[in-house]
Design a protein around this ligand. Structure first.
Ligand SMILES: [Zn+2]
Length: 438
């Protein structure tokens, strides 16, 4: 993307964001050593390290991190609720919880310093997409145990912006609020940005009737095609803004681990707080820059629960080239999917995002879709339910054509089912795009 000349890349803390790679490594090493020492105070970590014959003082170079064992979701869950905590309960000022698909949630504790660090990281993250103290941020992420609401809230306040904590849902109220309050930034999942945008369109509200110029979207993987749709629906480009991807997970703090900058060419991962590695998911072997695999993160400034080599389950790669914005923190490509979300259909690996990519290339299709995996027979069947844009009639051979394209792109047979406009579900929070029939 070429930015108009008048747009200057914005920074929150230019000095930290543009440290030389060597300076960044010195800082990482120092912080990693103290994170390991802190983790070692936890009984479970201490045992894990001992089993490998390791102690925190064995880490003398950054590369030594690879000798330490991984931490997994199961480690957090088997030590439910707070067995991995590295501080006294009295030092905790907040717990968030991240609901899994089954059973107990992951409990994430924060010390006062953890909350401060997170707010500063989020302020930096928001500034990276061009948000300033002048902005009015309507925060449509859910408030509560989920980290989205409070993460954006504290970050926007730390930046000095005006926050409207409108929370998830209540689309009519959201629209009235943005009209009345002159909202300039919306923060929500990409699927809700589409739903809100379509509702505005249906109400005859034009982008120029609104001041919204930036959308900051995360909590689910999304594609470049969805970005283009959001930007067109909201008319962001004409206002010098855009729709930007943000990445985080509650185990690390919440949102604010990585974000796109105004260049929209990958997400800067804040390496003064998190050390990234990319591994081959099956073998655990490290992969090189540019190679796609599972993201592993070590939190090096967390006090309440530092996690060492935490397997995120998210599939991405580290982009080797420097970013035009001047930030030196490494960039990752947008998340292709979660290792857990990968569908294995008749021996072929398929990420839902690959299907979304094919569907959203077709301008005549609406943004809502549903992937159905039918496992009732020995031969697993994959079908995709789509619907036309409002007021669009699909050609007679559209279905057959779409099936051919899907087969070519995915490398397996897939049925397309055409629904009526508006028939498929819309989402106010995280979208559920895959339905399993067992
Ligand atoms: Zn950049």
């Amino acid at each position: 993307m070429t930015l108009p000349k008048k747009v200057e890349y914005r920074y929150f803390d230019r000095e930290v964001e543009t440290l030389s790679v060597e300076e960044l490594h010195v800082l990482q090493l120092e912080r990693l050593q103290s994170a390991l020492a802190r983790a070692d105070q936890n009984e479970c970590y201490h045992r894990k390290f001992q089993e490998q014959g390791l102690s925190p003082t064995d880490l003398r170079y950054l590369e030594d991190l690879q000798r330490f064992p991984f931490t997994t979701k199961e480690d957090i869950l088997t030590n439910y609720p707070t067995g991995l905590m590295a501080c006294a309960p009295v030092d905790v000022v907040r717990y968030h919880m991240s609901s899994g698909t089954t059973g107990k949630p992951k409990v994430i504790p924060y010390t006062p310093q953890d909350i401060k660090t997170w707010a500063q990281l989020m302020a930096r993250t928001l500034a990276a997409v061009g948000i300033t103290a002048e902005d009015v941020v309507q925060n449509c992420y859910g408030y509560g145990l989920f980290t989205g609401g409070l993460g954006f809230h504290y970050g926007a306040e730390a930046l000095g912006a005006t926050v409207i904590p409108s929370g998830a849902g209540s689309t009519e109220r959201q629209i009235q609020t943005m009209l009345d309050m002159g909202t300039t930034v919306i923060t929500c999942t990409p699927s809700y940005a589409i739903h809100l945008g379509e509702t505005l369109q249906a109400r005859g509200i034009q982008p120029q009737d609104l001041r919204v110029r930036i959308g900051h979207h995360g909590a689910e993987p999304w594609t470049e095609q969805i970005r283009q749709r959001i930007e067109a629906l909201w008319g962001f480009a004409g206002k010098g803004g855009g729709a930007y991807d943000i990445y985080g997970l509650s185990e690390m703090c919440g949102p604010g681990v990585a974000t796109e900058c105004q260049a929209q060419e990958g997400l800067h991962l804040w390496a003064d707080h998190f050390i990234p590695e990319i591994i081959e998911p099956q073998s655990g072997e490290p992969l090189r820059p540019g190679e796609r695999g599972e993201l592993v993160l070590t939190s090096i400034t967390r006090e309440a629960m530092p996690l060492i080599r935490y397997r995120t389950g998210d599939i991405t790669s580290i982009l080797p080239e420097p970013c035009p914005c001047g930030r030196t923190h490494p960039r990752m490509e947008r998340i292709a999917g979660r290792a857990d979300d990968m569908l294995i259909i008749r021996g072929v690996n398929v990420f839902p995002s690959q299907i979304e990519h094919v569907l959203m290339e077709r301008a005549e299709l609406a943004s809502a879709y549903l992937i159905v995996v039918d496992r009732r027979q020995a031969m697993v069947e994959l079908s995709v339910q789509v619907e036309p844009q409002v007021g669009t009639t699909l050609s007679e051979d559209f279905q057959a054509h779409l099936e051919r394209v899907l087969q070519t792109k995915l490398g397996l047979r897939c049925t397309a089912e055409i629904k009526q406009a508006g028939e498929l579900p819309r989402f106010e929070g995280k979208a559920k795009r895959v339905q399993m029939i067992e």
